[in-house]
Design a protein. Structure first.
Ligand SMILES: Cc1ncc(C[n+]2csc(CCOP(=O)(O)OP(=O)(O)O)c2C)c(N)n1
Ligand code: SF4
Length: 251
């Protein structure tokens, strides 16, 4: 019989603490597959955040260094400069990256730091109980916007990828989702491309992943997966926002 599934070498034999249907576990799975396929286990270092993925170091069998809230891009900058042959990635939620960590992220991108950012957008603060995040959609109910996000009071959903695509030091940005087998395959391809941009020394690369949070969205798993396509991806369209990797290869 043909074996169609095996645990990636760089994924530890530890049960995930994530809720059923959570996107974090899918993203961990595809990232560890890539780490194996690209033979990076001995030279990749991950920087997880405060947030639901705070224990990512329990799952990735690679070196990891926890950052303070929002400081991933700053920690990654120091690490990459001290250890340029390493492949350095941050793994950050939308509360972490798009609220408290906006400045670090924008300036690291602007400096063209040769690091990779995995930006997990689930439109809420997951770990702390489902409060509004900068990426919460207008009208979306959260524990701090019980009547729905009000544009006049709380502003609009912040499109970080579109913003960063305008920044010169950025080599590659793509927005993907992990809510269907097809989208999961595309997400894996995008993360491969982001790691490759760093290996090729092209500058800042980021993959934004639209990721279901059934618990705080108060949905079951199929509803949450559907909501990503029907609602979230309308505000945050999937696709490549910036890609200079081809240009650089050609030159
Ligand atoms: C300096 C500081 N402020 C606030 C917190 C509390 N805190 C922990 S995680 C978090 C937000 C997590 O949301 P997100 O980054 O979207 O990740 P998710 O849990 O949804 O994966 C907050 C506000 C903290 N740990 N440190
Ligand atoms: S609260 Fe949301 S983001 Fe956190 S583990 Fe559960 S489903 Fe995932």
């Amino acid at each position: 019989m043909k074996k169609i599934y095996s645990r990636p070498k760089s994924l530890k034999k530890t049960a995930f603490h994530y809720c059923p249907g959570c996107g974090h576990s899918i993203i961990h799975r595809i990232m560890t597959e890539l780490i194996d396929e690209m033979d990076l286990q001995d030279k990749i270092i991950g920087i997880p955040p405060p947030g639901c993925s705070v224990f990512a170091y329990n799952y990735f069998d690679i070196d990891m260094a926890e950052s303070a809230h929002g400081r991933g891009a700053a920690v990654a900058t120091g690490m990459k400069r001290a250890y340029p042959e390493g492949i350095i990635f941050t793994y950050q939620g939308d509360g972490d990256l798009a609220a408290i960590g906006t400045a670090e992220t924008v300036h690291a991108a602007n400096r063209g730091e040769n690091i990779t950012v995995i930006f997990v957008n689930n439109a809420v603060y997951g770990m702390t109980g489902g409060q509004m995040a900068p990426t919460t959609l207008v009208g979306q109910k959260t524990t701090t916007t019980p009547y729905g996000r009000d544009e006049r009071m709380e502003g609009n959903a912040l499109r970080i990828s579109e913003m960063l695509a305008l920044v010169k030091g950025v080599a590659y940005i793509e927005r993907v989702a992990v809510n269907s087998p097809t989208n999961i395959r595309k997400a894996k391809k995008a993360i491969r491309k982001a790691f490759q941009a760093q290996i090729d020394g092209l500058g800042f690369s980021m993959v934004e992943v639209l990721s279901p949070c059934p618990t705080n969205w108060r949905m079951d798993e199929p509803e949450a997966w559907q909501w990503v396509s029907d609602v979230m991806a309308k505000e945050f369209p999937l696709g490549v926002l910036k890609d200079v990797t081809g240009e650089s290869h050609a030159s």
